[in-house]
Design a protein around this ligand. Structure first.
Ligand code: 3PG
Length: 210
């Protein structure tokens, strides 16, 4: 599981979080991100068309890794599996999700914000986590402190990340990538400004991808 997640997450230092309200925006947004240099994407389950969006992106852009985010229950996890998700991201964790994740063919990046949550996941074999909500949970110093007793755990901080602070997280030894919605602002999606999204992705890829 750890190796599977690494093969996905380590492909990209920056993981764009996509909130797709109109199904027809899914492929153009994803394509703009990929053309800008970001090829690991997360579509959140916060909108009704999210699963259809994942299926469309998978079909139109076969080389791209697409995760489903905001998964709250094993039932939603199963829907993500059926939609063809490459990975699943959760904002927090429950025992039921941890259990489902170790049996599922699709790996899970569980959301945590405390040492205890990491320790619970650890017992199930998890070593890769989303640190969420990163900025309000104490940001870089908190993640450094959480990581100290759990050196094998690596994180994808998300929540309040931007061009301004992404580099501070990526400089930590226990950070594998950062996630965020700053690459897909609602105003640009509503305006169908795919060039604008491509440019945001390009700036992030140029600055943070090695
Ligand atoms: C998520 O779903 O992971 C977060 O909402 C993304 O957080 P952000 O909008 O602060 O980037």
């Amino acid at each position: 599981r750890t190796a599977e997640l690494d093969s996905i997450c380590l492909k990209a230092e920056v993981l764009p979080v996509m909130i797709i309200e109109r199904l027809e925006d899914a492929v153009p947004v994803a394509r703009a991100l990929v053309e800008g240099g970001l090829s690991v994407l997360e579509v959140t389950l916060r909108t009704a068309c999210a699963l259809d969006a994942v299926a469309r992106i998978r079909k139109a852009l076969p080389g791209v890794s697409v995760g489903v985010g905001t998964v709250l229950t094993p039932a939603q996890y199963r829907q993500a599996e059926q939609a063809g998700a490459d990975f699943v991201v959760t904002p927090g964790t429950t025992e039921a999700l941890y259990r489902h994740g170790i049996e599922s063919p699709v790996p899970m990046l569980p959301g945590v914000s405390s040492v205890s949550e990491v320790m619970t996941g650890w017992q199930y074999g998890y070593r890769r986590f989303k640190f969420f909500p990163a900025e309000v949970s104490g940001g870089v110093p908190a993640l450094k402190a959480i990581g100290a007793p759990l050196a094998e755990a690596h994180f994808c901080p998300t929540g309040g990340i931007s061009m301004d602070n992404a580099g501070d997280y990526l400089a930590l030894d226990n950070v594998m990538c950062v996630g965020g919605s700053w690459l897909t602002p609602k105003a640009l999606i509503d305006a169908e400004d795919w060039d604008g999204i491509r440019e945001l992705a390009r700036q992030a890829a140029e600055r943070f991808h090695h």
